[in-house]
Write a protein that binds this ligand. Structure first.
Ligand SMILES: C[S@@+](CC[C@H](N)C(=O)[O-])C[C@H]1O[C@@H](n2cnc3c(N)ncnc32)[C@H](O)[C@@H]1O
Length: 292
């Protein structure tokens, strides 16, 4: 069978199987293309109809096993193929860390829009997971030095594999720390996609999410304990003109209720996504009482 027909057939099977899409794709067709192309090391972006690729029996055997696992165990395609694209770069992905999907990718690709006037020299990816955010920043700002911080040793091992994959051993470093506890530097840019899902919301998530490490998603105080701590402490780790970019997703409204006197700037995205705020060190200092 040709690859285009096979992808269509796979997407139809996904449609019949009560699956959730949201770990790098948004619908059954994209998920099918991801699983089939990713398994065959073919770019997802290419025009499959004009590719003229016919699957061998070995190809079908490999992919069929993955399709079965996608349908029966509800494992997201990214974990089955072991890789994911983020900000145009490929990353190694496995169940040690969350699957990359932050809308912060768009900000990285547009040079943080109007939020930053100078290229950052020191960057911290706080709660780094597999390192996709910090590594993409390092690739784009080749003069910057980037630290990837996480409290999970397994995530950091995966992040290290991604640093090596992108030949960034001289530019990117890992820090094992509970938030800022072991941080000694000051940064021009701190970017963070921390856990921000409440325990209640977590229980109602589709099964696909339960393949991801719970510590990457859930956090206390209705999802706000870690984001609030970051907002309270980041000013001590930012350079004078430094900027914090923090993702909160659906917890945006809870944050606004908790800190009603802080005028957060919420980033607008052209390619989907919401709940990402940007705040300068100056503002974090000005509003430090309102943030406590
Ligand atoms: C939502 S995941 C983000 C992963 C990655 N930044 C991304 O966008 O794909 C959050 C990460 O925060 C880490 N984490 C949770 N609590 C932490 C803490 N107290 N200190 C440092 N990292 C923490 C988890 O291990 C997880 O890797």
């Amino acid at each position: 069978m040709d690859i285009y027909s096979y992808v269509i057939k796979t997407s139809e099977r996904f449609d019949e199987s009560d699956l959730y899409f949201g770990h790098g794709t948004e619908n059954s067709l994209d998920e099918a293309a991801y699983l089939v192309c990713g398994s065959l090391n073919i770019s997802y972006d290419c025009d499959l109809q004009s590719l003229n690729y016919f699957l061998s029996s070995e190809d079908i055997e490999l992919i069929e096993e993955r399709i079965q696992r996608r349908i029966k165990e509800k494992i997201p395609a990214a974990y089955l193929v072991g890789k994911a694209m983020f900000a145009g770069f490929e990353f190694i992905v496995d169940e040690r860390a969350l699957i990359p999907r932050s809308p912060i990718a768009e900000l990285i690709l547009n040079g943080f829009s109007t939020l930053m006037t100078r290229e950052p020299q020191r960057v911290l990816d706080l709660c780094a997971g597999n390192g996709c955010i910090g590594i993409s920043i390092a690739k784009i700002y080749s003069e910057s030095l980037v630290d990837l911080l996480d409290c999970d040793e397994n995530c950091l091992k995966l992040a290290q594999a991604n640093i090596a994959k992108h030949n960034l051993l001289d530019q990117v470093n890992v820090i094992n720390s509970n938030l800022f506890e072991k941080v000694t530097e000051k940064y021009d840019l701190i970017v963070s996609n921390p856990p921000y899902v409440s325990s209640k919301e977590y229980e109602s998530l589709p099964i696909e999410y339960f393949h991801e490490p719970k510590g990457g998603l859930v956090c206390r105080e209705s999802g706000l304990s870690i984001p609030a701590k970051i907002l309270q402490e980041a000013k001590d780790y930012l350079s004078e003109k430094g900027l914090l970019v923090l993702e909160l997703g659906h917890s945006k409204s809870s944050l606004e209720k908790r800190f009603p006197l802080v005028p957060f700037l919420w980033v607008e995205f052209s390619h989907g996504g919401h709940g990402v705020l940007a705040i300068t060190r100056e503002q974090l200092t000005e509003y430090c009482n309102e943030l406590n």
